[in-house]
Design a protein around this ligand. Structure first.
Ligand SMILES: Cc1cn([C@H]2C[C@H](O)[C@@H](COP(=O)(O)OP(=O)(O)O[C@H]3O[C@H](C)C(=O)[C@H](O)[C@H]3O)O2)c(=O)[nH]c1=O
Length: 184
């Protein structure tokens, strides 16, 4: 079994633990396998790969793309350590506005699967290189965001962020986002 899939407290969000093959040279492991992921209900249509480097203390997010460009994401830290967060913004979800967090690191090699309909962000607990696969390609005009310290979501970040982009500081709260969505 090359992967162990574990459910989380939010329907659809999965922790994925790869099987690491270590030997005297180092290690090898599969980071994605269409057949295994599809069997476990994870989309096979991963259209884009991303990689970003974040210095310790950088917070990126909380981002999403609106339909029909909503992105499911398979996130992992290649090096360093991040506090990864997925916020359920699926209007009809019983866990709307709730979040799941996971520590992803080069050391633990754990991946987080985040389905479409979530806002995603992370805080770099160390200098970190993050790689993620996404189910739709980047579509700038459909980009949206929620402010990282939304009081209703109340994410318990493990440390205060040191660097947040101007764009990320300007996102609305989830409550404001929902209200604006219904203003025609
Ligand atoms: C996301 C993206 C960005 N870009 C360009 C646009 C900007 O000129 C530059 C930096 O983009 P941005 O500041 O949005 O990068 P992040 O803050 O890391 O955004 C990501 O952060 C959180 C954690 C996510 O989950 C999203 O995938 C993504 O929004 O890369 C592209 O060319 N393609 C892309 O797919």
């Amino acid at each position: 079994m090359p992967f162990l899939f574990r459910k989380t407290e939010i329907e659809g969000v999965m922790i994925v633990e790869p099987k690491i093959f270590g030997d005297e040279r180092g290690y090898f492991y599969e980071t994605y396998k269409r057949s295994e992921f599809s069997k476990n209900g994870i989309s096979a249509d991963l259209d884009q790969d991303n990689q970003s480097f974040s210095k310790k203390g950088v917070l990126r997010g909380l981002h999403f793309q609106r339909e029909p460009y909503a992105q499911g994401k398979l996130v992992r830290a290649i090096t360093g350590k991040i506090f990864d967060v997925a916020v359920d913004i699926r209007e009809d979800s019983k866990t709307f506005g709730r979040y799941v967090s996971a520590i992803l690191s080069g050391e633990n090699k754990i991946m987080l699967w985040i389905p479409e309909g979530f806002a995603h962000g992370f805080l770099a607990l160390e200098d970190s290189i993050v790689h993620y696969k996404a189910t739709h390609e980047y579509n700038k005009t459909s980009e949206g965001g929620i402010i990282w310290n939304d009081p209703d979501i109340n994410i318990e970040w493990p440390m205060d962020p040191e660097t947040i982009s101007e764009k990320d500081m300007a996102w609305p709260t989830l409550r404001e986002f929902r209200a604006n969505k219904y203003i025609k």
